[in-house]
Design a protein around this ligand. Structure first.
Ligand code: DX5
Ligand code: ZN
Length: 210
């Protein structure tokens, strides 16, 4: 059976006790830790940045799956790489020179991911699919935890899985937003590899068996 990776989103953790949150990630068989970076422009809120990531980096050896919800991500990837990010995912909607930025992330020795918001079709990233290590399909409008999954976004996971098989591409498909025990089966069925869960994971209701 294909192995799937759980990547809990720290956005729903208690920020006053990130050490405890990371311990929980390890105990619950996570394969990575999802870190949502928000700049107050691409999305309304501001979360945490490089100094916080650097500080918690020493608490776990799990890969840091950094999701940049920021404008002009090209100005920040070097410092996120230095802070300890392992996978660096930025938004198709946030910058123009995507091909160049993917190459640059690779030159830093990191995995490069591209993310699309619900209204962006898979066709918008078609050209760079052979270059990326990860495609993060947002199944809610980015910016907040605890929202409901938007069903039409799941079709994009299936589409990406089909393209990957047809073209022999190697990217992982990740899903982010509204994943809980009810919605998990549909995204697994669609072909997802990396499952991000924030509120359901940290409220203790999420059953991860994959
Ligand atoms: C939303 C973030 C998500 C968020 C998911 O903009 O990118 O990673 O934490 O939270 P849930 O699982 O609660 O939808
Ligand atoms: Zn995220």
């Amino acid at each position: 059976m294909k192995s799937r990776i759980l990547s809990p989103s720290l956005l729903s953790a208690d920020f006053s006790n990130l050490a405890e949150a990371l311990k929980l990630c390890e105990e619950k068989k996570s394969g990575a830790v999802h870190i949502d970076v928000m700049d107050g422009h691409f999305v309304p809120q501001i979360t945490y940045g490089q100094p916080v990531i650097k500080s918690v980096r020493k608490l776990t050896s799990l890969p840091f799956d950094v999701h940049l919800m920021v404008e002009r991500p090209e100005e920040m990837v070097d410092t996120f790489a230095q802070a300890g990010a392992d996978w660096i995912t930025f938004h198709q909607e946030a910058t123009v020179h995507i091909d160049r930025l993917i190459s640059h992330i690779h030159s830093l020795g990191k995995k490069a991911g591209i993310s699309i918001v619900p209204s962006t079709p898979v066709s918008a990233i078609k050209e760079i699919l052979p270059e990326v290590d990860l495609v993060l399909v947002m199944t809610v409008n980015p910016g907040f935890g605890g929202q409901k999954l938007i069903p039409y976004c799941v079709e994009k996971i299936a589409e990406l899985d089909l393209i990957r098989k047809e073209k022999n591409y190697n990217y992982l498909i990740s899903v982010d937003g509204g994943i809980n025990n009810e919605t998990l089966p549909s995204v697994l069925e669609a072909g997802v590899d990396v499952v991000v869960s924030g509120s359901a994971f940290f409220n203790g209701s999420f059953n991860w068996e994959a």
